[in-house]
Design a protein around this ligand. Sequence first.
Ligand code: AP5
Ligand code: ZN
Length: 215
Amino acid sequence: MRIVLVGPPGAGKGTQAAFLAKNLSIPHISTGDLFRANISQGTELGKSAKSYMDAGELVPDSVTIGMAKDRMEQPDAANGFLLDGFPRNLSQAEALDEILKAAGLSLDAVLDLEVEEDEVVKRIAGRRTCRNDSAHVFHVTYAPPKTADVCDHCGGELYQRGDDSEATVRNRLAVYHAETEPIIDYYKAQGLVSTIPALGEVADVTRRAMDALKK
Ligand code: AP5
Ligand code: ZN
């Protein structure tokens, strides 16, 4: 299956993507994680992305679309993928359609994780991320690690992402409303969207998403 996961920052896209990708045996492709990996490796791509991410702005399409395309063309994505954080504006959504069309493929579903703003602010404020792998995510109250500040998966140090400061989170939410929300209507017009209430236990949200994919 080829699936897009959308939702505001802190909605739980990365958390859900990890379970959904495992259940469906497809790779989890997060453009945010790809950028963070490039930043920690000091690549040119990471250098060009960093200032935008720190400010909570979108990294330019000229950098993002090529990176996402390269990742989708890796052998492990031949039978499907779960996109998390891409596309994030209408031109990325159109570019994705073109990329898939050129390969004779199409999307199967778009899952829209719905959570109110107060809750995403709480989720982001308490989030702790692993320095070794930004897909290893915890929350000080909702999903605490077994040992404080230590990743359960790899023993890496947990830290608070630089773009999780209150001012940057506000800008990320504004950018989400202005640039990313319009893609939901774009995909609704294609009949692809399932809205998933994303409040409650992580496992319950995963179940709702899996049920929506079976329809
Ligand atoms: P990205 O990394 O994609 O960030 P985001 O969309 O803002 O999403 P988050 O990672 O903040 O949250 P999430 O929804 O994954 O939530 P999580 O599962 O961690 O992008 C970062 C930046 O990169 C962007 O600002 C931009 O600059 C750039 N970028 C990325 N893609 C781009 C693109 N396509 N184009 C241009 N620029 C791009 O959960 C949050 C917390 O809540 C965690 O602590 C978790 O433990 C907890 N939690 C999760 N589920 C639950 C639950 N059910 N109950 C209680 N707590 C929960
Ligand atoms: Zn880790």
